[in-house]
Design a protein around this ligand. Sequence first.
Ligand SMILES: [Zn+2]
Length: 142
Amino acid sequence: MATAASSKKTKVKAMPKKSLQHFEKRLLEERKRVLKELGHYDETFGSTPQGADGDLSAYSFHMADQGTDAMEREKAFLFASQEGRFLWHIDEALRRLYRNPEQFGKCHNCGKDISFERLDALPHARYCIECKQREEDGKRQA
Ligand SMILES: [Zn+2]
């Protein structure tokens, strides 16, 4: 029996730029929505050029520019609420998208592409549906 090992290797291929832009937009939309819910809409957060299509790469994270301490504090604050946790995950996803676009949309566990449908519904998803399912099954049994 011949082995299929050679064809098993997963190729790292970035998703098309168009898709990245789509998810960037989705993430920024979600972010805006959560921020409103949090009542935490400060100047820095609100500086996204509204309606100005395209130039979103100019969008900067105030958190990323501060030290780790500030980030940890922000994280502690955010993790105190469900919306805050959600916001944190969105920010993390945006950071991934800007810094490692070729890794965006890849499952953090198995490295496979997360399906477009899943990412569209959950743009901050880090795991593919199989890995997520497995994680949740594990939790239920724990
Ligand atoms: Zn996976």
